[in-house]
Design a protein around this ligand. Structure first.
Ligand code: AMP
Length: 170
C-alpha cells in the first residue's frame, strides 16, 4: 500500500501559499492507519523506550498508539497554557508562525529513553523544541518519528544530532 497516495493535499490552508498535508484521510482508513503505525514501531521493538512524547495535536494520535504497543508512558507536548500542572517551555518557529511547546516538569525522569512523534516534519522547529524539552528533564532522545517529511524545507538539518525517520517524503 502506498501511504503517500492516501494523504490529502489542501491548498491555502491555514494560510495562502501553504499546501496542508491532511492526514485524516489516512486515519479514517483502518488498514492504512495500522500499516503506518506498524512501520513507525518496527525500529523500536527491540529497544528500550521509557516515554513517547507526542506533539499536539496530531502527534497524540500516533504517539498514544505507539506508547500502547511499546508498553511505555505517553507524554503530551502541548501549546502554552494547556497543561494544568508545573511546566517547562521551549519557543520555536513554525512554517506558518511561531509558538511554544510545554511539557509537565515531572513527565520525564533523568535517563529516560524518549521517542518523539509527530505527523509531519516541516522546518523542524517543533520537533527540535520537543527534543530540547525532553533533554532539559534529563531524557535521552532515542528517536524522532514522523509520518510525513517535507524534504524541500530541510527540517532534517536542524535535527542532525538525533536519529530521525519519516515514512513518506515529499
Ligand atoms: P515545523 O516546526 O516547521 O517542522 O512544523 C511542523 C508542525 O507543523 C507539525 O506539528 C505539523 O503538524 C505542522 N505543519 C507544518 N506544515 C504543515 C503542512 N504543510 N501540512 C500539515 N501540517 C503542517
Amino acid at each position: 500500500m502506498e501511504l503517500e497516495k492516501i494523504i490529502r493535499d489542501v491548498p491555502d490552508f491555514p494560510k495562502k501559499g501553504i499546501i496542508f498535508k491532511d492526514i485524516t484521510t489516512l486515519l479514517q482508513d483502518g488498514e492504512a492507519f495500522r500499516l503506518a503505525l506498524n512501520r513507525m514501531l518496527k525500529k523500536y521493538l527491540d529497544e528500550r523506550i521509557d516515554k513517547v512524547v507526542g506533539i499536539e495535536a496530531r502527534g497524540f494520535i500516533f504517539g498514544g498508539a505507539l506508547a500502547y504497543k511499546l508498553g511505555c508512558g505517553f507524554v503530551p507536548a502541548r501549546k502554552p497554557g494547556k497543561l494544568p500542572y508545573r511546566t517547562i517551555r521551549e519557543e520555536y518557529t513554525l512554517e506558518y508562525g511561531s509558538n511554544s511547546l510545554e511539557i509537565h516538569d515531572d513527565s520525564i525522569a533523568a535517563g529516560d529513553k524518549v521517542l518523539i512523534v509527530d505527523d509531519l516534519l516541516a522546518t523542524g522547529g517543533t520537533a527540535l523544541a520537543a527534543a530540547r524539552l525532553a533533554e532539559k528533564l534529563g531524557g535521552e532522545v532515542a528517536g524522532i518519528e514522523f509520518l510525513i517529511e517535507l524534504g524541500f524545507l530541510h527540517g532534517r538539518d536542524k535535527l542532525v544530532k538525533y536519529p530521525i525517520h519519516s515514512l513518506i517524503t515529499y
